[in-house]
Design a protein around this ligand. Structure first.
Ligand code: ADP
Ligand code: MG
Length: 703
């Protein structure tokens, strides 16, 4: 029987949240911590000691034995080093459980084993983790027991950011400061802080663990490197929103429970387009928390799947020919007193502040389309973007009918005097209610779509952190806001100047708006005419990080130094070459040790059968034909195996990381495809008993 629990009771029970802090901290310490959280003042060591002690007591009550600084290095995942609370044994042999303010605030992991892109030589191992007091600490329960996790930023001895969180926090400062200037222009002096709100929808695949363990490609590369299409794919559209199977249902229930305990507000779950594919979306939270929560979500999905005899695949493209997974980053800008700067209201044409903000976002996205594209690039995402299942690799903005109409009125007539109103949807049956329609339909093919009161950036890969995308969004919009505020603050007649500004923003940047079908070839041609960048692969996207335009942007808001940007570019080139190298080596291993022996065994059986049939005096030509086909593909496989071995060896010789990444993309990857082709053909011919691992059909339909 399934266990029952009350969501309200367990929600956030493992989080050192505001309620717990209020309860357990002396009033003045609580107040000082709140001030530190808003960046007004630094926390004293005395206060930190009190907080650390309260945190420790609370965590121990939850069964925690260890604590860890939990951080997000540039590996795509999270890192942690566990220390137990125990102190050195006393003379009587007893130990105390201790946790000091110093241990809370600062950690010193050996930084030399994390990617730094040349920012730190291997011998300079020092790196620091610093407590991010704006993100709540939590107790995580798993096979290692219960651990107090302290979200931290991670930087080098010289202060350069080596992680995702540091630039994210910096970019949040930037957009806060500039948004307040915009609000002030409109006479708002009551809002004290502006924060980006983010909700990340997470897609993933679930496969059976027993089957997974038979596939070295999934184990080493996270995706299948071989595999013929099953007789049934996603063509029937019967999986999307389909009834959730029992085994998956039990898994999802556990995932939700774990996430709720951690204060992650998992809200919706459903089957996705591809078989075995699912989605989970939380209720949006402030940008930094949402980023931590998404990392936690990925961890929890994996751990809980394991407990259920399943495996969660977060890779962007686990199966060729089947839709891959992404992450939709819903983004808006909200004040501390609850105003959403992207809320158009019922009559957007009269909402001048909204129109100015919209113009600012248009300008930001148009000016920095290359950076936004780069922020969503990771190795796996190269299989999706532009492949007619995810947005194209061209950045454009979808506004929808209502806003597009307002924008066009302003551009064409100089004034917007009306907003198209939402209609009623006639259901046509007397027993069904007529529904109020949204003013605008959705457009699933747009990479950056306005969806009511937020923008949905749909390019991010499923395995990737959402931090880089939000760093870019926050900073480019901060830059727009700054340029606008610089001008409008000087204006004698604000209303006139603001009106002209909106018109200019719309006119200059309307070329980024596209409301049509982003999957068509016509759009690619049209985008080229408009001069919008079309950046097909990760390797081509990386240079956007270090252009003079990017350096100026990030340096002027203190989000990245030029050295940090260069290091990130280097890390990404390296990550690309390494990932493809692992895939190629996994293919060599699988081909040499599993596929070729299997095909030889099968062809030997075929040959014996040809002889036996002939000896019996019957016609063996069918068997003989089959044997010729099989040995033909076998030969092809052997040839491509040798070619791939050579390509990998050649790639290893290249020392320049950019050149190496390009070589892996242009030569190694194409050779991998050439090796896969005969193998997939053989899978369709060779007796299933001989094939060494489960097929796509087994993996996708037998969970
Ligand atoms: P859909 O799949 O229809 O886009 P979902 O409900 O799956 O919708 O996901 C929408 C996501 O957007 C949720 O995470 C939700 O909390 C988030 N969201 C809603 N409003 C805002 C907002 N103002 N700012 C940021 N995120 C938002
Ligand atoms: Mg969505």
């Amino acid at each position: 029987m399934s266990e029952k629990f009350n969501v309200a009771d367990i929600f956030g029970e493992n989080v050192f949240n505001d309620t717990v802090m209020k309860e357990r901290l002396p009033k003045n310490v609580y107040k000082n911590l709140k001030l530190a959280m808003t960046g007004v003042q630094e926390l004293s060591l005395t206060d930190a000691d009190v907080i650390a002690n309260a945190m420790k007591d609370w965590a121990i009550e939850k069964g925690a034995t260890h604590y860890t600084h939990w951080f997000q290095p540039l590996t795509g995942t999270t890192a942690e080093k566990h220390d137990s609370f125990i102190s050195a044994p006393k003379e009587n042999g007893k130990v105390l459980m201790e946790f000091s303010g110093k241990e809370l605030i600062k950690g010193e992991p050996d930084a030399s084993s994390f990617p730094s892109g040349g920012l730190r030589a291997t011998f300079e191992a020092r790196g620091y983790t610093a407590w991010d007091c704006t993100s709540p600490a939590f107790v995580r329960e798993d096979a290692t027991g219960a651990t107090l996790c302290i979200p931290t930023a991670f930087c080098s001895y010289t202060g350069e950011a080596l992680d995702q969180k540091t630039p994210l926090l910096r970019s949040m400062d930037a957009i806060n400061e500039q948004s307040l200037r915009i609000l002030k222009l409109f006479g708002n002096t009551h809002s004290k802080k502006v924060t980006p709100s983010v909700g990340a929808e997470q897609e993933y695949f679930i496969v059976d663990r027993e089957k997974y363990l038979q596939r070295k490609d999934l184990i080493f590369a996270g995706r299948t490197l071989f595999g013929a299409m099953p007789p049934k794919g996603q063509e029937l559209d019967d999986h999307y929103f389909g009834a959730i199977r029992e085994r998956i249902g039990a898994f999802m229930k556990d995932v939700n429970k774990e996430l709720w305990k951690l204060g992650v507000s998992a809200k919706t779950q459903h089957n996705e387009v591809a078989p075995a594919q699912h989605e989970l979306a939380p209720i949006y939270a402030q940008c930094n928390t949402a980023t931590d929560n998404n990392q936690l979500t990925m961890e929890v999905l994996k751990k809980v799947a394991y407990r259920h005899g399943l495996v969660c695949l977060l890779h962007e493209k686990p199966f060729a020919g089947v839709n891959g997974s992404g992450k939709h980053n819903n983004w808006s800008i909200t004040t501390d007193d609850g105003i959403n700067l992207l809320e158009p209201g019922k009559t957007p044409h009269e909402n001048i502040q909204f129109l100015l903000v919209l113009g600012a976002v248009m300008k930001a996205v148009d000016t920095h389309a290359d950076l936004l594209r780069e922020s969503a690039s990771d190795v796996g995402n190269d299989h999706r973007l532009g492949a007619n299942e995810a947005p194209p690799a061209i950045i454009s903005m979808f506004l929808g009918e209502q806003l597009e109409d307002v924008v066009m009125q302003l551009i064409d007539k100089g004034d917007a005097t009306s907003s198209i109103q939402k209609g009623k949807l006639k259901t046509g049956a007397s027993t069904l209610p007529d529904l109020n329609k949204d003013a605008t339909d959705r457009n699933r093919t747009s990479p950056f779509a306005f969806t009511g009161n937020k923008f949905e950036f749909r390019m991010v890969g499923s395995a990737d952190s959402i931090a880089p995308a939000n760093v870019v969004l926050n900073t480019i919009v901060a830059e727009s806001f700054k340029e606008i505020a610089d001008e409008l603050e000087k204006a004698d007649n604000f209303d006139m100047a603001c009106h002209d500004m909106i018109k200019k923003l719309f006119t200059d940047h309307h070329k980024i708006v596209f409301n049509g079908n982003g999957y068509t070839d016509e759009w690619i041609a049209e985008a080229e005419r408009r001069g919008l960048p079309n950046i097909p692969s990760m390797v081509d996207a990386i240079p956007a990080l270090t252009t003079p335009k990017a350096v100026k942007l990030f340096e002027s808001f203190g989000v990245f130094t030029e050295a940090e940007l260069k290091s990130r570019a280097e890390i990404k080139y390296e990550a690309y070459a390494k990932a493809i190298n692992i895939e190629a080596k996994a293919m060599l291993d699988i081909t040499g040790k599993q596929l070729i022996p299997a095909v030889i065994a099968y062809s030997t059986e075929l040959a014996n059968s040809v002889l036996a049939v002939k000896e019996a005096g019957a016609d063996a030509s069918t068997q003989a034909d089959l044997l010729t086909t099989v040995t033909g593909y076998l030969k092809e496989m052997k040839t491509q195996l040798a070619a791939l071995e050579k390509a990998v060896a050649d790639g290893a010789e290249i020392s320049n990381v950019e050149e190496q990444a390009k070589f892996f993309r242009d030569t190694v990857k194409t050779t991998m495809d050439a090796l896969r082709a005969p193998a997939d053909k053989l899978e369709m011919i060779v007796d299933k008993d001989f094939w060494p691992f489960p097929s796509y059909g087994d993996l996708l339909f037998e969970v």
